[in-house]
Ligand binder design. Structure first.
Ligand SMILES: [Fe+2]
Length: 319
């Protein structure tokens, strides 16, 4: 099989067009299943190719559901994906959105298992274990036959896929169940990691940490300082404490910035950013919450903190 893009690049490409956690988990599941089949069916040397086809097969579905596998070639080409892989990906919509017929065993496996993985996962979520690990073919078949169950997973497509592969339906069900058992832990782990990364890459919001309101005892002063666009972006991203040493939680709402002590939630500074660079700072003067009483000292320490916060801020997510 032709050279193909790295898995790392494929993941990046996938995430450019897919944000929904359900879609991302589905992509990882189909990847895992395709890898298992590659190894089982004697294509171990092409496992990566099979896997990446699985990972990217629904690339356009979230943003272009009406043009599924019609929009995909454009997105994939732009992402550096080769024609052989594009053919494989588009062939899974054969007879539905496109006329690209599954030819290679890999393409037939993708066609046959895509919908089926959705059905198997739905069946797993009905179990007390919430897992495929203790699922047997018998109970899967029961779910499969129940028309109302996971009705969105087309039995027609699954059966057409089994026929293309020349396998009885039971064989396809059993193998795909085995494949899902094999990759489940890995899939769930990576999917949770991606969710976590997403949470960290969005801007912090008020509810992300405990916060106390600014007390009635407070003082207001003007902070003269200009900020570049990048510096303002860094402040807008805020900070959710990640470790005990992380002493501050800060976030912005509109042009108002709030800084809270992470351990107590006390609000120490509130800044109203002004276009003319004379920003209005409200500072906590409740002696039980904050010891400083001098505006000069506050200006100094606030400037130091702002430098620190701007410089430690994580880079923004790509989109
Ligand atoms: Fe799919």
């Amino acid at each position: 099989m032709e050279n193909h893009i790295s898995r790392e690049a494929a993941v990046e490409l996938l995430k450019n067009y897919n944000k929904d956690s359900f879609h991302l988990q589905h992509a990882l599941t189909v990847e895992g299943v395709m890898r298992w089949y590659a190894r089982q069916l004697g294509f171990a040397q092409d496992e990566d190719f099979w896997g990446i086809v699985g990972l990217l097969h629904d690339i356009d579905f979230e943003m272009y559901p009406e043009e599924h596998c019609i929009k995909a070639p454009e997105l994939l080409r732009e992402g550096g994906v080769g024609e052989e892989m594009i053919h494989a990906i588009c062939s899974h919509a054969y007879g539905m959105h496109v006329d690209v017929k599954p030819e290679h065993t890999m393409e037939k496996v993708l066609f046959a298992t895509d919908e089926l993985t959705g059905l198997i996962w739905a069946a797993a979520l009905m179990r007390p274990s919430l897992s495929t690990q203790d699922m047997e073919l018998k109970s899967l078949k029961k779910k499969y036959k129940s028309k109302g169950f996971a009705a969105g997973c087309s039995r027609d497509v699954i059966e057409k896929g089994a026929e293309m592969l020349g396998w009885p339906l039971d064989e396809l069900l059993q193998k795909t169940l085995d494949a899902m058992k094999d990759c489940e832990t890995k899939v769930l782990k990576e999917s949770a990691l991606w969710q976590d990364m997403k949470k960290k890459s969005r801007a912090a919001r008020r509810g992300d940490w405990k916060t106390e309101p600014m007390p009635e005892q407070h003082e207001t002063f003007i902070l003269d300082r200009s900020f570049t666009d990048n510096e303002m972006d860094a402040l807008r991203r805020g900070n959710i404490p990640q470790a005990m040493e992380d002493k501050w939680f800060w976030y912005m709402e509109g042009s108002t910035f709030w800084a809270h002590r992470s351990w107590t939630g006390y609000c120490i500074y509130q800044i109203e950013f002004k276009e003319d660079n004379h920003h209005v700072v409200t500072v906590n003067r409740n002696p039980e919450q904050y010891k400083c009483t001098s505006v000069e000292e506050d200006i100094e320490s606030l400037n130091r903190l702002l430098d620190q916060w701007i410089c430690n801020s994580r880079p923004a997510s790509r989109r």
